[in-house]
Design a binder for this molecule. Structure first.
Ligand code: AMP
Ligand code: MG
Length: 312
């Protein structure tokens, strides 16, 4: 995935741990084969190449993620939009960064703005991008979804507790061997500014995701262009936000919402998080000021009983 992945497990023996970890990393590889934007042989690349053409048969997990992403688009009123794919490509962040012409962005807008741009047939497991030139990018949700899948696989291998961390998307289950909760630190967005974590979450369940303007960006003439685009303008979201951290019960939800809330900015973003059950959020703005939902960080759902192997 081009990111750091750390799996931590508590197991009854080294053999159990190793078998589970191998299965966990195999699941990461499997999800990468489905959702990678960088690989020409991913299922996602296949769907993008077929834009405007015939429906493409995809594995069930692809349909599941596509439906979750669609839900995220609905709840965020379009702030989360995987159809920003062509614009992400145009900006070329981080490989070939450049600032596109306004005319180039204008030409892409119709390919992004149609919420029905992706047709999903959840019964026959086929998907289709309606217009040539449309492209999906699941970079804003796939890591959290993968963390959920890996968690399920580890639990299926008898692992009672662990942490699945895929870059800034973290899923936790169970406890340390002595029964104490895992402690997950939320790093301050600008390294070197202040010391210590922004927050330390004590977790036995749930997920935490952070989206920030510091993850992937380039600078030109003193302006920072980062990788989270406002689907309305197709420019990097400009709400004065440096980072958004979201806690939720599932990794896919935390991941998608962190991206969405970053686009929405603190006023609308915090209002949305307040409305959603089992979702809390913390914003840090360019002056270092923090603002959070009233229930942040969501102690209740982050301290669920140790997982029993069933999907939550
Ligand atoms: P994240 O780090 O989870 O916030 O995801 C950022 C990635 O999601 C970017 O690198 C893009 O590939 C993609 N992306 C950018 N803007 C959006 C958006 N508004 N909605 C959904 N995905 C986006
Ligand atoms: Mg995200």
């Amino acid at each position: 995935m081009g990111t750091t992945i750390t799996l931590t497990v508590v197991a009854t023996s080294e053999t159990v741990a190793n078998t589970a970890l191998n299965a966990g990393f195999a699941t990461v590889a499997e999800m990468e084969r489905l959702f990678s934007s960088y690989r020409q042989d991913s299922v996602l690349a296949q769907v993008n190449r077929a834009a405007g053409g015939e429906p493409v048969s995809v594995p069930g997990d692809f349909v599941t993620l596509a439906l979750l992403a669609r839900k995220a688009t609905e709840v965020s009123e379009g702030a989360f939009n995987p159809l920003v794919g062509p614009a992400v490509r145009l900006w070329g962040i981080p490989e070939n960064p450049r600032v596109p012409d306004e005319a180039e962005l204008t030409a892409l807008r119709p390919l992004v703005s149609d919420p029905q741009g992706l047709a999903i047939d959840e019964f026959s497991h086929r998907v289709r991008l309606r217009e040539p030139g449309m492209a999906l990018g699941y970079g804003g949700i796939a890591k959290g979804f993968t963390a959920d899948k890996v968690t399920e696989v580890l639990q299926g291998h008898g692992i009672a507790g662990g942490i699945v961390a895929i870059a800034g998307d973290i899923r936790v289950f169970g406890t340390h061997p002595d029964g104490t909760p895992w402690r997950v630190g939320v790093r301050p967005p600008r390294e070197g500014e202040g010391s210590g974590p922004l927050a330390t979450l004590e977790m036995t369940g749930g997920a935490v995701s952070t989206s920030g303007d510091y993850e992937r960006f380039f600078e030109l003439d003193g302006v920072r262009y980062h990788h989270i685009l406002d689907p309305r303008t197709l420019w990097p979201a400009k709400a004065g936000t440096v980072s958004v951290t979201v806690t939720a019960h599932s990794g896919a939800l935390a991941d998608a919402l962190a991206t969405a809330l970053f686009v929405m900015g603190p006023v609308e973003g915090l209002a949305l998080a307040e409305r959603m059950p089992r979702v809390e959020a913390l914003f840090v703005d360019t002056t270092g000021t923090q603002s959070a939902t009233s229930g942040w960080p969501g102690t209740e759902f982050l301290r669920e009983p140790p997982a029993n192997g069933l999907r939550d």
